[in-house]
Design a protein around this ligand. Structure first.
Ligand code: NAD
Ligand code: GLY
Length: 368
């Protein structure tokens, strides 16, 4: 098992990564579980795959699982499901000192974390991430949110979990497509700050995705350690450091919006394409070698992910994609900062990017 500390001021916590953590859930949580009934928020897919394991593990520790089982999918990050969750937690008489368990991917983690942030002005929660994306990114760092008709993640709070238990066994029941989508966030850590890790991904990514347990532990632990360093240094994203974690996200978000935040393009798939676009845009600006940008596209193609937006059949032009960026929550006094690259592992925040320039670039990519 790997243990990665997240040294945020005032409330440091651990991310434990290993196989079989959920089977020993009560032992891993220890005295954090103060009562017999333990509130667990999850979605129907995850409950089907892991519900019995959780029940057995809690029973072994003298507890009983109280379940809130939400519909799977991004649509659950809504005001309605937030209200349903907080109402349920209140009915369960959850107190500030209690810990709510969030068992699932980024959707359940973001929603449950936000509910915990506002319940009685804040109660504890424990992340039990069951997707690769959630294990390497969303369960760590305390960003919680729901979506509104105005856009994704526009209402939320910073609220750190008390503990993260990333059980690698959960990845065995995750659909391959979801696994690959999460892998984009693994590659991200290499591209933004660690060229050696990108080389590791190129050499080991396929075997890791195919199920090699040691490679999975290395990939998740290395990614979490990278995120933990960034979050500890810039928890509230005020120093321009945490913003680097958005590499590929501004482009990717526009693609997700254009495809209606649907199954046509998963978040991680949008991030992979977005990182290819950020790299090619950096190359077009003379910042990054074309060959380096193409090595990123080549790696995603090699593991069977889309690497060309022309293949998406978007039926729109560059300005239409840019229009989706205008309401980005990173917009600052009319300037949209872009995470660009000076090299593999050398991402930086560019605040001099004109959206016309981006639109023209995207027209070229759509016609590629
Ligand atoms: P998700 O939570 O929707 O899970 C993907 C799918 O896999 C769902 O259908 C789910 O039911 C299913 N699933 C989950 N675990 C499973 C398992 N072990 N076995 C079988 N099926 C399983 O999606 P995601 O990709 O984990 O998360 C995406 C969300 O994360 C987005 O809302 C995004 O905004 C958010 N996010 C948040 C942060 C953050 O820092 N808070 C970072 C990145 C992404
Ligand atoms: N996923 C971006 C962040 O946590 O800051």
């Amino acid at each position: 098992m790997a243990v990665i500390p997240v040294d945020v001021a005032g409330a440091p916590y651990e991310v434990r990564i290993g196989t079989g953590l959920l089977v020993n859930l009560a032992g891993e949580c220890g005295a954090r579980l103060r009562k017999r009934r333990v509130p667990v928020v999850t979605d129907a897919n995850v409950h089907k795959a892991w519900g019995e394991t959780i029940e057995g593990a809690l029973r072994q520790g003298g507890h009983e699982a109280a379940w809130l089982i939400l519909p799977p999918g991004e649509a659950s990050k809504s005001w309605d499901q937030l209200a349903a969750t907080t109402d349920w937690l209140l009915a369960e008489e959850v107190e500030r000192g209690d810990h709510v368990l969030a068992l699932g991917g980024g959707v359940i983690g973001d929603l449950t974390g936000f509910a915990a942030a506002i319940l009685k002005r804040g109660c504890h929660f424990i992340q039990l991430p069951t997707t690769l994306l959630a294990q390497v990114d969303s369960s760590v760092g305390g960003k919680t949110a729901i979506n509104t008709p105005a856009g994704k993640n526009l209402v939320g709070a910073f609220h750190q979990p008390a503990l993260v238990l990333a059980d690698l066994a959960t990845l065995d029941t995750l659909p391959q497509r979801e696994l690959k989508a999460g892998y984009a966030e693994v590659v991200k850590y290499g591209l933004l700050g660690d060229a050696g890790f990108f080389e590791w991904c190129k050499a080991n990514g396929a075997a890791m995705l195919a199920g090699d347990a040691a490679l999975r532990e290395y990939a998740v632990a290395h990614s979490v350690a990278a995120k933990a360093r960034i979050v500890a240094a810039d928890e509230r994203e005020t120093l321009g450091l945490r913003a680097l974690l958005n590499l590929g996200h501004t482009f990717g978000h526009a693609l997700e919006a254009q495809t209606g935040f649907s199954d046509r393009l998963l978040h991680g798939e949008g991030v992979a394409l977005g990182m290819v676009l950020a790299a090619r845009f950096s190359a077009a600006r003379g910042l990054l070698a074309v060959q380096a940008a193409e090595s990123i596209a080549g790696h995603f193609a090699a593991i069977g992910m889309a690497s060309e937006i022309a293949s998406l059949g978007l039926n729109c032009d560059g300005p239409a994609l840019v229009a989706h960026m205008l309401h980005d929550k990173k917009m600052d006094a009319g300037v949209l900062p872009f995470v660009l690259m000076k090299g593999i592992g050398e991402a930086f925040l560019a605040k001099d990017v004109a959206l016309d320039e981006v639109a023209a670039f995207l027209d070229g990519e759509l016609a590629r």
